[in-house]
Ligand binder design. Structure first.
Ligand SMILES: Nc1ncnc2c1ncn2[C@@H]1O[C@H](COP(=O)(O)OP(=O)(O)OP(=O)(O)O)[C@@H](O)[C@H]1O
Ligand SMILES: [Mg+2]
Length: 370
């Protein structure tokens, strides 16, 4: 599976740009602010119909314009595919796969799986629990397409239930019938969500341990624990037990929307005791394990996007990564780096064929084919 080319109109800093890719390894180089991450994000966008970096298309469309377009051609399992994303305005977006409009995003996601490793990802360790839930979804959603068909309605339901609870509190009267209807739907979707996540963690843990011990030689003990209220109460019971609290706080206090992941190093919370290097290793292991689980479950080689490679990988690890690329462990790989010479000479030294893509303020040029 590989991207053959990409055409952008009014995508972030790119007014009108075309680029073609090497089927295996592409290095996008240029100075700070040149548009390296944006180019990679356009590819990510083509797989997920959204940006990795911003939830709103308001920041995707080029400043002072009101539409954008992404067009790319891929080859997957010996078939040619075309993806077109047209946003005639920021609030409307059309996705076409092979010239046929795809109405449901959930029908599309997972067809072209991808994993991104970017500098801000350390927030998965340091930030709030929703980023860890998002990480779980970014794994499961790419190999169980039905997962998003559970997650998205569940999230909508929680918002509806919270709005209803607020309304009850404001009026000083609870509509028991409405609450019972909402709870019934919460129970069925919540249980499905919980089961998917439980299964995921079970499969993910050994993959993660293996990846981490391969990456870190003086192997610290690392672990991931799934924290969920559903270990204590069933969905049905949990809603009952929390009913009073929900009505007082006007929030839904029970359910898988409260799930979290504990990251541990030698039995202690990684966020509190891990050094920056240990946190980086943990993060890279999480992402490579994400790659591995999607690969195992889908039998596809996801795209690997490594934004600002040297932020997360020191030179020894880059060499390890090069070995893995040489062994064919990954599908098409995209790397960004500010130092053209650093990455180019390293890859040439290891005889790794690659395409150098030089970007500068919305312009794209090619460097030497290595
Ligand atoms: N919606 C937008 N409209 C116009 N320009 C934008 C938009 N979004 C981002 N940019 C521009 O894109 C540039 C940043 O591009 P990008 O993040 O890809 O840089 P980069 O090459 O990855 O830099 P770094 O090495 O610092 O990570 C900024 O100059 C920013 O102004
Ligand atoms: Mg960048």
């Amino acid at each position: 599976m590989f991207f053959k080319n990409l055409k952008l109109i009014n995508f972030k800093g790119y007014e009108n740009a075309s680029v073609s890719f090497h089927p295996e390894l592409n290095c996008i180089v240029g100075s700070n602010g040149a548009g390296k991450t944006n180019l990679m994000d356009a590819l990510y966008y083509s797989c997920f119909t959204k940006s990795y970096f911003s939830n709103s298309d308001q920041f995707v469309v080029k400043e002072n314009t009101d539409f954008f377009r992404i067009e790319c051609n891929l080859k997957a399992e010996d078939k040619e595919h075309s993806i077109v994303i047209k946003a005639p305005n920021v609030s409307r977006k059309v996705l076409e796969l092979n010239h046929v409009e795809i109405i449901k995003r959930t029908d599309f996601i997972g067809q072209f799986p991808a994993v991104m490793i970017a500098p801000d990802d350390n927030q998965i360790i340091l930030g709030s629990s929703d980023l860890r839930r998002k990480f779980m979804s970014a794994c499961i959603g790419q190999y169980i397409p039905k997962y998003l068909e559970v997650l998205l309605p569940y999230q909508k339901l929680v918002r509806q239930r919270n709005a209803a609870l607020k309304e009850f509190r404001k009026k000083g009267r609870t509509d028991e019938t409405l609450l019972a209807v909402l709870d019934e739907q919460m129970i069925s979707l919540g249980v499905l969500l919980f089961n998917h996540r439980k299964e995921f963690i079970k499969a993910f843990k050994p993959i993660f341990s293996k990846v981490h011990s391969n990456l870190v030689h003086n192997a610290e003990q690392v672990a991931i624990e799934y924290q969920t209220q559903l270990d204590v109460h069933s969905m049905e019971n949990g809603l009952k037990v929390n009913k009073k609290k929900d009505l007082v706080t006007a929030r839904s206090n029970f359910g898988p929307h409260k799930d979290d992941l504990d990251f541990l190093i030698n039995g202690q919370p990684l966020k509190a005791v891990g050094s920056q290097g240990q946190q980086k290793s943990f993060l890279v292991s999480l992402k490579i394990a994400q790659y591995e689980i999607i690969k195992e479950k889908t039998r596809k080689l996801p795209f690997l996007f490594l934004d600002d490679l040297f932020d997360k990988f020191d030179e020894t690890r880059v060499i390890k990564l090069i070995e893995l690329i040489q062994q064919g462990s990954f599908g098409q790989v995209f790397i960004t780096d500010t130092h053209e010479d650093r990455i180019d000479s390293l890859l040439k030294l290891h005889n790794l064929e690659h395409q150098l893509i030089i970007v500068d303020k919305g312009k794209i040029e090619y460097g030497n084919k290595g």
